[in-house]
Ligand binder design. Sequence first.
Ligand code: GLP
Length: 243
Amino acid sequence: MKLIRARDYKHMSRQAANIISAQVILKPDSVLGLATGSSPIGAYQQLIKWYEKGDVDFAEVQTVNLDEYIGLDAENEQSYAYFMRNQFFDHINIDQSKTHIPDGTNLDAEAECERYDRLIHSLGGIDLQLLGLGPNGHIGFNEPDDYFPKGTHRVELTKATIHANMRFFASVNDVPRAAYTMGICDIMQAHRVVMVVSGEGKAEIVKKAFYGPVTPQVPASILQLHKDFTLVADEAALKYVTE
Ligand code: GLP
């Protein structure tokens, strides 16, 4: 594991954007695994700026997103499909037919999960997977459990996650109770994984996930075993990490 210490959210975002842009410059047809949540927004904004300056070109990039709420269609403002267009895709020269997100309107979980895993496979796997960190250690929507789920699957969200994500919805009752998410194997097979973490609220889980035992009760802890994992975190999130 490689640790990049950033001063604050802005610096963290810039450092992560640097790694992503280097990936795209070196391999213009990269498959990027992308994430939602508040943590990666700054990196997306930085990449948009560099695109506008002509420094990075997304024309040949393919993307696969980690997860999507079940029951929300792509036009719903709370869907991750909408988030990705709004925060990133609509502002760069990506071919939107090359951007992929699980289909939250497909209620046939088995068919949707199989389709998504086949799609990732058909793209040749993920070159770089960007991740955030849930307050309970979840990655994508892989929640704490007794085992590491392998491929894309349907999850019932935990109370903690519903609570953490209600800030994006009008009320807690509007937060969907289930989602599709890539599995741990999909994420671990990415050639390179980059996680962005910011703020004191994540300090305890950072310490537990990356300096404690590898356990499915803290899904992100498995990244300690990844051969090319970079944690980009700010000082506040690294409060308990002295390394
Ligand atoms: C959601 C997403 C995760 C994300 C997490 C953390 O649950 N499914 O992929 O990492 O939120 O969000 P934030 O970055 O806003 O703390």
